[in-house]
Design a protein around this ligand. Sequence first.
Ligand code: SF4
Length: 355
Amino acid sequence: MDNGRLCLLFGADEAELRQLCQKVGLPAYKGGILFKWLQAGEADYNQMTNLSKAERDLLAARYPLALPAVRQEQQSADGSTAKLLLDFGGGVMVELVLMLYQRSHSRSRHTLCISTQAGCAMGCAFCATGLSGLLRNLSAGEIVAQVLCGQLWLRRHNLGPVTNLVLMGMGEPFANYEQVCQALRVLNATAGQNIGQRRITVSTCGLAPQIRRFADEGWEINLAISLHAPQDELRSRLLPVNRRYPLAELLAACDYYTEKTHRRISYEYALLRGVNDGPEQAAALARLLAGRLAHVNLIPVNFVAETGFWPSSDETLNQFAAALQSQGVETTVREKRGLDIDGACGQLRRRQSES
Ligand code: SF4
């Protein structure tokens, strides 16, 4: 059975919970109490002891609650990465990735990578998730529930709170626009998890109209673009979305985003051996981003047998980075993390569903 409805309340904001309480005959302010419990990851009404027994029973009968079951848990040998396989029922499984940056002298950073859809319809050629197609959108409650599972995991390991979020797991966030925005509102709320907008990054493969719409939300959320190719012909082969929104249209939407939010945009570029990692692509990428408030994140990919793409060598990767830097493009190489656990997006989930 698909248990998606058991997560619904996790995606409700405080005002909605006040209304919900009124609807079932409880004082509105109880909605604020409920919001705090839900955003602390509490799924058992019996633990909400500042609600009366009668109130708890009423809510439990009307709005049953559950967080997804953790089916599998892995941690890399160096302790820097953990992955949880979350089961929402009905064959909907998502991977939650936790990246743990421990610092002795300042606050540790705990970044969660969360999913917005079960599967994905975008069909990017190099992506394991894209191979299986879209099962369904995740609700705001299911998106928030992933963060709560991460928060509970951190608490169990005596680590601090979730500090950063990246929406870079399964799915295209802007293909599930309303639910993603609702989840972001809830996660950002000061009475809840209070994750700052500047600590959240939404990654898109390039849905230009939604980028413009997101710019108009009035937020300061970071935007990452899965670019992966600096020329239309190649990009259309790797990311079919480029046939709908070619580079000129995508970059114009990105410029609009920068103009409205003043945020630097991150361009993600997975280096694929012999496909997009040559000097001519580095030069074209530098030309494309010249004069823009941009940052390139080069990604050393993990090999996923089904996609048929191979990672570039370290030497090629360093040359590509140096070529961009020599043209004044801010560039970093993403750290390889968690390679001793299933590294690539979708791998853990695929193995589980195949077993
Ligand atoms: S890379 Fe992202 S947008 Fe493309 S198929 Fe994979 S999950 Fe979907």
